[in-house]
Write a protein that binds this ligand. Structure first.
Ligand code: S3P
Ligand code: PEP
Length: 428
């Protein structure tokens, strides 16, 4: 377990290409494995979570070749997966664990699934319940609604599921199980969550229709191999957007970032706070919108963040808390109780760390209240093995007096290998 020591910087300047989108990288491996023929993926995210997804599909007999950030996958169709000879290990990845469970529910072999200590605490009832409604034989081995899971063969039936939470992992799990069910399966969410599964299934030749917050999949799609270019991950770009906004004299161009409207809540909030953000070279690649993002240091003001925007920035809320410390006035984050069941209890872990650095931040049941304008000091902080916490603290340290230590900082490799090196390259 490594630790890193960081000091304040004068400003951030320059251009950066950030790694590929985590959500899209996972889905490209999953759908490429179930398609007919050889798919090619470029700018694949080689973070540990996406490598866990590759590992699971290799164990089910799929020929996947990874070289630098390029992946080729030889898929053999929807019914081509083979029984793995050992347990499928999903590491730290909630996305892998939940979405793959839907696919596994439709297979004619039994699988066992588990992840690391953090995964073993994350709630799986949200997928177990709807999958059982589809007739899946999925069990939590310790009867605690967590992993390890056992999934046995069964004949799936379609359902129209109304989900209490807006979660793309839950939605994708059910829709992909729906590929193996008789009849159309639908999922309706309270608010729209990220729609990468819908976009990519359609791109591979399958059919998911969307009506408001309802997505409907047609079963037994014939998926055909495709070439996929993965855009940069807006959740990773968020750290550099924040760094440039809060550090005087900064100007950073972040190239080729995915700006899918179900992921761009961070841009909406930063603009509402008064952030100077411009989108350049807006484009679309394999159904996903992209742009270069130009960010300049800005005078910011506090805002309230709540309701239907929360799923559009769920992974960015810890870095938004950091931005809020540099805004005039109060920022209130509500309706974000989901943060408590991520890699760590992110409401607690970000509040604990930023408080140590001198922030005026208060934990609430479903969010945080942050008073901007406190003077920040370097402190010894903990990542709690949560990549987003480590990266958020790193950005806070750029404007704190003295040295900040982040213990267990190597967890950034989950979603952003090379994060600290990239940060150094932009720092003056
Ligand atoms: O589907 C996905 O790729 C993801 C969905 C979100 O989780 P939930 O579905 O639990 O909200 C997000 O937090 C996670 O990082 C990735
Ligand atoms: C919550 C996250 O990922 P996952 O749920 O896939 O572990 C994340 O990357 O912030």
């Amino acid at each position: 377990m490594k630790k890193i020591e960081l000091e304040a910087v004068k400003s951030l300047k320059g251009e950066i290409n950030i790694p590929g989108d985590k959500s899209i990288s996972h889905r490209a491996i999953m759908l490429g494995s179930l398609a007919q023929g050889e798919s090619h993926i470029s700018n694949f995210l080689t973070g540990e979570d996406c490598l866990s997804t590759i590992d699971c599909f290799r164990k089910m007999g799929v020929d996947i070749h990874l070289s630098d950030k390029n992946v080729s996958i030889k898929g053999n169709g929807l019914h081509s997966l083979k029984k793995p000879s050992s347990l499928l290990y999903t590491g730290n990845s909630g996305t892998t664990t939940r979405i793959i469970s839907g696919i596994l529910s439709g297979q004619d072999f039994e699988t066992q699934l588990n992840g690391d200590a953090s995964i073993m605490k994350r709630p799986m009832s949200r997928i177990i319940k709807p999958l059982k409604m589809m007739n899946a034989r999925i069990e939590s081995q310790l009867n605690n609604d967590c992993t390890p899971l056992t999934i046995r063969p069964s004949n799936l039936k379609s359902i129209d599921y109304v989900s209490k939470i807006a979660s793309a992992q839950v939605k994708s799990c059910i829709l992909l199980a729906g590929m193996y069910a008789e009849g159309k399966t639908s999922v309706t969410e309270p608010y729209l969550s990220r729609n990468h599964t819908e976009i990519m299934v359609n791109f591979f030749g399958g059919k998911i229709e969307t009506e408001g917050t309802k997505s409907i999949i047609t079963p037994e799609p014939i998926l055909e191999a495709r070439d996929i270019i993965i855009p940069g991950d807006i959740s990773s770009a968020a750290y550099f957007i924040a760094a440039a906004l809060i550090t005087p004299g900064s100007e950073v161009l972040i190239k080729n970032v995915g700006i899918n409207p179900t992921r761009d809540g961070i841009l909406t909030v930063c603009k509402k706070m008064g952030g100077n953000i411009e989108l350049l070279n807006v484009n679309t690649k394999n159904g996903e919108k992209t742009a270069d993002i130009l960010v300049k240091y800005s005078d910011l003001r506090g805002v309230t963040i709540e309701g239907d925007i929360i799923p559009l920035l769920i992974d960015e809320l810890t870095i938004i808390a950091v931005i809020a410390m540099f805004a005039k006035g109060t920022t209130i984050i509500k309706d974000a109780a989901e943060l408590r069941v991520k890699e760590s209890d992110r409401i607690k872990t970000i509040t604990t760390n930023l408080s140590k650095m001198g922030a005026n931040i208060t934990e609430t049941d479903d969010g945080m209240i942050i008073e901007g304008g406190s003077k920040l000091y370097g402190a010894e902080t903990e990542s709690f093995n949560d990549h987003r916490i480590a990266m958020s603290i790193a950005i806070a340290s750029l404007n704190a007096k003295g040295k900040t230590i982040i213990n267990n900082s190597d967890c950034v490799d989950i979603s952003y290998p090379g994060f600290f090196e990239d940060l150094k390259k932009l720092s003056l």
